[in-house]
Design a protein around this ligand. Structure first.
Ligand SMILES: [Zn+2]
Length: 147
């Protein structure tokens, strides 16, 4: 396996209260959407990233970023309480008897004009609404989802 070529991108919420830097390999981005209740209403484009490649720039501590949780509370949806933008998600879930940690940014919170064209993201779609995680992310949005 070749070493990925990482490039640092800046991102954040709309008002600038939440700012981050993230190292991504632009040639290998895992972008997805989901039809679950929160992903649909935020219309989030999830981009999985290695948490070690993510640095919160502002505020100083992640504890200062409001986070929303619901249902099983296994996920933290971190957002800005000034402008309302959901910036990133972290949490964990159990899959086939193992605890899997997940971390993703909302791709639309990456700053514009950094050489990453969101139109070129190869989106895949999860059926979170049907809790059909076993199907993996598929090419077309499952029922209840959107492009
Ligand atoms: Zn904000």
């Amino acid at each position: 396996m070749s070493t990925p070529t990482l490039k640092t991108f800046a991102g954040g919420c709309h008002c600038g209260a939440v700012r981050y830097a993230v190292d991504l390999d632009p040639s290998n981005l895992e972008a997805s959407k989901c039809n679950c209740s929160i992903c649909l209403k935020t219309n989030r484009i999830s981009l999985s990233v290695d948490p070690d490649n993510f640095r919160l720039v502002s505020p100083a501590s992640r504890d200062e970023v409001p986070n929303y949780q619901f249902a099983s509370k296994s996920q933290h949806y971190l957002f800005c309480d000034k402008c309302g933008i959901h910036c990133f998600v972290n949490g964990s879930y159990e899959w086939e008897g193992k605890v899997v940690k997940n971390f993703s940014i909302n791709a639309v919170t990456l700053d514009a004009d950094q050489g990453l064209d969101l139109r070129e993201l190869k989106l895949r779609y999860w059926d979170g609404k049907g809790e059909n995680w076993g199907a993996g992310a598929v090419e077309k949005p499952p029922a209840g989802g959107c492009l």
